[in-house]
Ligand binder design. Sequence first.
Ligand code: ATP
Length: 386
Amino acid sequence: MAKELIRLSKCSMAFDGDVVLDNIDLCINDKEFLTLLGPSGCGKTTTLRIIGGFLKPASGDVLFDGVRINDVPPHKRAVNTVFQKYALFTHLNVFENIAFGLRLARPGGKKLSKDEIASRVMEMLEVVSLKGFEKRDVSSLSGGQQQRVAIARALVNRPKVLLLDEPLGALDMRLRKDMQNELKQMQQATGITFIYVTHDQEEALAMSDTVVVMENGVIQQIGTPEDIYNEPENAFVADFIGESNIVDGIMLDDGLVEIFGRKFKCLDKGFKPSEPVDVVIRPEDIDIVSPEKGQLTGKVISVTFRGLMYDIIVDFNGFKWLIQTTDLSPIGTTLGIKIDPDGIHIMSKSQFSGMYGDYSSYSAEYDEISDVDYEVEIEDAEGARE
Ligand code: ATP
């Protein structure tokens, strides 16, 4: 069974009278990979700094292994941090950068022996796949290699917890993806609890055991990546995690919702009769069928080629939906759609209702980024057929 390691209990924080964390309750388990995810300014770094001891919450408690640590300074916490700007010592080589903390450490009041330091540094180089790099000058390393040195430096002291604040932010997309896999493997190999901050939802879904979605200093949802994606609790989470069409609905009965005056079967239960709800439909859960067979019919107004599939924007009586499909449906096509009951997710109305999930405003954006040559090709092909 999972063992609780860190708990934030009713933690709040304000800067210059502005509340940036509002009564946060959060439990982090031993050996967990937990990600704080949310838009810029939502309070992720502040939460991390409170856990690291760099900030004291204005109110509330921070517990480590059940002991209150509000007043314990950072260097006395079993926690290390890796920042986005990894600040390596450029005058020291890879070995010495990693060994730095070990040379200062005094476990049991005694210095570590040379041999012990060397064996721990070599062990870390192996963990971060940098064996053979020990004598290299850090400034001669690539961004990804430097980031690995920073991680090794933070791990070598064997912290119980590693805090990572957007550590891959400076890397290009390819390297970022590689490092995501490596970080996950390192976490599993070392058994160290990772608390990771990012605003990148794909990164959070790919790496985490638990995702904490934050907005405006408030935790909106805590769950596994699957829970957060498949069962978002409100329109903010649904919109922030992946693409979502969010429409108004009325719950007619258990397993039956009305959208745009049509009845759709769903799996959700427990709502009041005729309760107004928000309905989330993911773009990949919509099947395109002929107009006669469709539960709804609409007209394609934009097509964007995305490699594996097309993103198409479809106008249903003025409401614009995003649909992802491998079938080509050129602009102007009238099509029908079908949605299976498990492709429909019902949420209670919230403060975020009506704020997200219509792709009207996106269609202009989509038109701009869509491949113009490609659309011309479609039109040409249509012209040739006529
Ligand atoms: P980002 O992804 O942009 O780093 P974040 O979610 O990590 O954002 P925080 O850094 O926690 O957000 O900041 C939350 C809010 O608190 C922001 O509005 C920020 O401007 C404010 N803030 C953070 N630190 C301070 C400070 N020392 N003094 C004043 N305001 C601060």
